[in-house]
Design a protein around this ligand. Structure first.
Ligand SMILES: [Zn+2]
Length: 156
């Protein structure tokens, strides 16, 4: 097929399949860095608050998604979160049968956004919407400032 011929299906184009070794490094950004440090150092989630609309967001971010202004006010969450939504999966990332885990979107009262993580099956027999949860964290000396510092969320 000549290069100037119009194609209607992507599979009709001449192509080859290969891979390119690439390595990516993304920065967490200013607010992301503060969020990660608070999680690592104090085991808490950092929230940013908009001075204009008064909305709060977790994870902390630089700019309000509604007002597009910089949010300079932050606070750490001390209250338990609640299960906003959840699902149970029994396959690994490759789609093969694997460990059964329940993943939840954990939200916090009065805060937009949330944290998606696994629920602790030892303290939570049956996941349900609205149950209060708190994070189980790795020991302070093992934390790196990543969401993997959270082992799971347990019932509060
Ligand atoms: Zn705002």
């Amino acid at each position: 097929m000549p290069i100037l011929e119009k194609i209607s299906q992507p599979s009709m184009a001449r192509h080859w399949t290969d891979s390119i070794p690439l390595e990516f490094h993304y920065t967490a950004g200013v607010a992301g860095e503060k969020f990660r440090r608070e999680l690592r150092d104090n085991g808490r989630f950092l929230v940013s608050k908009c001075a204009k609309c008064k909305n709060s967001y977790v994870p902390a971010r630089m700019f309000c998604p509604s007002c597009f202004i910089e949010m300079k006010e932050t606070r750490a969450i001390d209250e338990p979160g609640y299960v906003y939504s959840y699902t149970t999966v029994n396959r690994n990332r490759a789609g093969e049968p694997g460990e059964t885990v329940t993943l939840a979107l954990v939200k916090f009262e009065g805060v937009e956004g949330g944290i998606i993580h696994r629920l602790d099956d030892k303290t939570i027999d049956k996941a349900a919407f609205g149950i209060k949860v708190v994070p189980i964290l790795k020991d302070r000396t093992e934390r790196t400032g990543a969401l993997s510092d959270i082992i799971s969320f347990k019932q509060a």
